[in-house]
Design a protein around this ligand. Structure first.
Ligand code: PDD
Length: 281
């Protein structure tokens, strides 16, 4: 049985229990992170912990653990769950257990939970052929840079995509691309890569950072710039990035081919750079 961590203890996942009064359960009052671990090594751990700190700051919750404590807990968890296999570590912090009331409780300890599971990578077929997406209106709140556990809008948007037989929803706010329901978005036009700039409208993805770094250090043209709906629809290539999917090509958008309907040349370059970068670690 998978081992998990709950409030200072390591235990089997099916033994971990929290109160029904937990504010994460009742109010979605908490934040989370998803961190890959390749061959037992947590990927960009410091960046994920920094983003966690920003999310906690965004919801006015004190970080219950120091950076060293987080590193220790998460590494132990990976080691206990077959480190040979690539893992995806999920952690969540909620405002703890208290009588239900919207306003913050006083002197309540945060609930800290973490688990580690094998990463379910897209199949080689999906990687080689790309995925399909639809565009939907981004009806989420105005603080999407906070990695909040309250994901109901993202859940409904992703399910709408699934109901329409596609893999992801690419979201538009005021005519501009923000991100995917659970990914960041890149487009390529005439060999120039573009991704929306960081703002409260989107999550500052760690994979997005890696793509920006790899592109810049390999002399690819990459910019952080607003992407209009028209630019998305006429792009030569569209990519999605996330910790669990890495960089995936979107080859069909709103039932129409993107480019020639196959992952493009620039995607091939970035995808092999990503692979080489991972192998070097
Ligand atoms: N989600 N935007 C949203 C809304 C996301 O949920 C995610 C990732 C990303 C990509 O961020 P990163 O590159 O740091 O994984 C962007 C994770 C994987 C999840 O919720 O499971």
């Amino acid at each position: 049985m998978t081992q998990c961590y709950l409030n200072g203890e390591f235990l089997a996942l099916d033994q971990a229990k929290i109160s029904v009064l937990d504010r994460g359960f009742l109010l979605g009052d908490g934040v989370y992170e998803v961190i890959p671990a390749y061959h037992g090594k947590l990927f960009r751990l410091q960046d994920h912990l920094k983003r966690l700190q920003n999310s906690l700051h965004g919801i006015r919750l004190k970080n219950p653990l120091s950076t060293e404590q987080w590193s220790d807990v998460l590494q132990k968890l990976v080691n206990q769950n077959n480190p040979e296999e690539d893992q995806s570590v999920y952690l969540q912090v909620t405002r703890g257990v208290a009588k239900r009331d919207h306003a913050f409780p006083e002197n309540t300890a945060a609930t800290v939970f973490a688990m580690s599971n094998p990463i379910k990578y897209p199949t080689p077929d999906v990687i080689q052929n790309g995925v399909a997406a639809i565009t939907l209106q981004d009806n989420r709140w105005l603080r999407c840079h906070i990695k909040a556990i309250a994901l109901l809008p993202n859940v409904l948007l992703r399910q709408q995509a699934v109901d329409e037989g596609v893999d992801e929803a690419i979201l538009l706010r005021d005519g501009l691309v923000t991100e995917g329901a659970a990914s960041n978005v890149f487009v390529v036009k005439n060999n120039t890569i573009c991704t929306p700039p960081q703002s409260p409208d989107l999550l500052p993805g760690i994979t997005r950072d890696v793509v920006l770094e790899l592109a810049r250090s390999n002399d690819l043209y990459i910019h952080e710039c607003p992407i209009s709906e028209a630019e998305l629809i006429t792009a030569d290539e569209i990519w999605l990035s996330s910790s669990t999917k890495e960089v995936l090509a979107v080859t069909e958008l709103n039932k129409k081919k993107v480019g020639d309907g196959k992952p493009g040349a620039v995607w091939k370059t970035i995808s092999s750079l990503y692979k080489a970068y991972k192998e070097k670690l």
